[in-house]
Design a protein around this ligand. Structure first.
Ligand SMILES: *Cc1c(COP(=O)(O)O)cnc(C)c1O
Ligand SMILES: [Zn+2]
Length: 421
């Protein structure tokens, strides 16, 4: 299988901003920027290397209220704002006092990414992948997805005027299917798990260099988009790092990039260095990283997912081993919760903070609760929990748990009889 879109794409000068190379995360070998995702030497995964020069807080603060305020830290051209895109990011960081009190935490913030253009954090990564696909001259913008990624790719492609084809497991929630099909005529439902869909995508990518699969052959560029979550948390805290962060884990890419973002901000002198404990959240029905963490082993054993947290249902997570590394080296952990705990946490977040999260956010809040109860997380330290998606996409998960308290006749007598006043 080929690992390139085309061997020699002609790239504009400055097509990737301050990015200078692709670098192997395993052996450190570097190669030129291009549509590559595997190391020539060892087949390890590639990530973007940079030479940043000087980047200041003032420069960032003068930028737009979206992820492009951090364009100097991303593999995108300086004129990125002029190409049509969904302008995601700069979402709210909410001081979650009610939830903090409920859980017995001193200081808790919710980074609420449910308000992105297609209501999940995936708009961030897709915006970066779209920029790369444009520079590579790709003809098709595509992805294998657990749902939210397909929504984001389909919408971003529509706005950019690029043909999209998105692949999902056929058992996906109806709202997530509709949220893709509304933007693209090419939603492909595959009878299989996400891991099967992913394998099919890799095969297609290997056959046709014109297809940019955002999370396969454009993955190094895509993954950098998650760094903006880390940048925003620090900027919104007043250019400070938090003490603890709880992040959902599907492939594990987001968690590793939030960590990378914090390290970059320290290296650039934009925030003061301090220890940040990083925690990962998984569902018991898809827990390969949590299991490896608990067992104290380095290898991740793939699982067949069975959980209501379908957006996190990746049984063979590409970045799982790096998540383990980060959780261990920062004094964090990777924990798991069951489907009932996920449902309860969705209701808890809604009733304490007025935020309706999807099952991934339910998983993350439930893990935050479990980590607190088991003493793995320090309740006195400042904590951020990331809400990555919107509850309207996973209504079925809670429609049995909440509903009308009473159905009454339209009379005052019926109302008083119902015992609500
Ligand atoms: C994709 C997704 C994640 C996890 O992303 P990874 O980077 O693959 O770990 C978390 N939450 C939601 C809602 C998602 O759609
Ligand atoms: Zn290598």
């Amino acid at each position: 299988m080929s690992t390139t879109l085309s061997d020699t794409p002609t790239l504009r000068a400055g097509a990737f901003g301050n990015a200078t190379c692709l670098k192997c995360r395993e052996c450190g070998a570097t190669r030129e920027l291009g549509p590559h995702y595997a190391c020539y030497e060892c087949f390890g995964p590639l990530e973007i290397g940079y030479e940043f020069g000087e980047v200041t807080r003032e420069q960032i603060e003068a930028g737009p209220a979206n992820i492009w305020r951090y364009k100097a830290l991303l593999p995108v051209p300086d004129d990125i704002e002029s190409s049509p895109n969904l302008e995601p990011g700069f979402t709210r960081l909410l001081d979650a006092r009610n939830l903090a009190a409920e859980l017995g935490l001193t200081r808790l913030w919710v980074k609420d990414d449910s308000t992105n253009p297609t209501n999940s954090f995936k708009d961030r990564v897709v915006a970066c992948a779209l920029s790369a696909a444009r520079e590579f001259g790709s003809k098709v913008f595509a992805c294998p997805s657990t749902g939210n990624l397909a929504n984001a790719v389909a919408a971003a492609g529509a706005r950019a005027g690029i043909r999209t084809v998105v692949f999902i497991p056929s058992n996906l929630e109806t709202p997530k299917q509709v949220n893709s099909a509304i933007f693209t005529e090419n939603l492909v439902a595959v009878d299989g798990t996400y891991d099967d869909v992913n394998k099919l995508a890799s095969e297609i990518a290997g056959e046709d260099p014109g297809w940019a699969f955002v999370n396969v052959n454009v993955r190094p560029f895509y993954a950098e988009g998650s760094k903006t979550l880390g940048y925003e948390i620090a900027e919104q805290l007043g250019w400070r790092l938090p003490d603890q962060v709880v992040i959902p884990v599907a492939s594990g890419s987001q968690l590793t990039k939030v960590h990378k973002a914090f390290r970059e901000l320290v290296e650039l002198g934009l925030v003061e260095d301090k220890p940040v404990r990083i925690f990962g959240a998984q569902a018991q029905g898809c827990n390969p990283v949590a299991t490896a963490f608990k067992d104290g082993v380095d290898a991740i054993r793939p699982v067949k997912p069975d959980t209501i947290a379908k957006s996190l249902a990746i049984g063979n997570p590409a970045d799982g081993i790096y998540v383990l590394d980060i959780a261990r080296s920062t004094g964090g952990a990777v924990e798991e919760v069951d489907d009932d705990q996920i449902r309860d946490a969705i209701v808890l977040l809604a009733r304490t903070e007025g935020i309706f999260t999807e099952t991934a956010g339910g998983t993350t809040v439930a893990v935050l609760k479990k980590l607190t109860e088991t003493g793995q997380l320090d309740p006195e330290l400042e904590t951020v929990v990331i809400n990555t998606g919107h509850g309207l996409k996973t209504l079925d998960a809670v429609s049995g748990a909440v509903g009308p308290r009473a159905t009454i006749a339209p009379t005052y007598d019926a109302f008083t009889a119902a015992g609500i006043a």
